[in-house]
Design a protein around this ligand. Structure first.
Ligand SMILES: [Zn+2]
Length: 61
């Protein structure tokens, strides 16, 4: 888990230096793992503004 990075822009979890979703810069400094399966049905997804399925960080620094 420690090797995982999160996008500073959209919070997407990835192992790459660049976000596969939006091309933004990723960081190792993040908190709060969330997996969104059905964003259209998820209140949590709406709350944190995610519209795509996948793994996200709630907070990045
Ligand atoms: Zn991103």
């Amino acid at each position: 888990m420690k090797e995982l990075r999160a996008c500073r822009k959209c919070g997407r979890i990835t192992r790459d230096l660049k976000c596969p979703e939006c091309g933004g810069e990723t960081t190792l400094e993040w908190d709060g793992y969330i997996y969104i399966i059905k964003p259209e049905l998820s209140l949590l997804a709406k709350k944190i503004g995610k519209s795509k399925e996948g793994e996200y960080a709630i907070k990045t620094r």
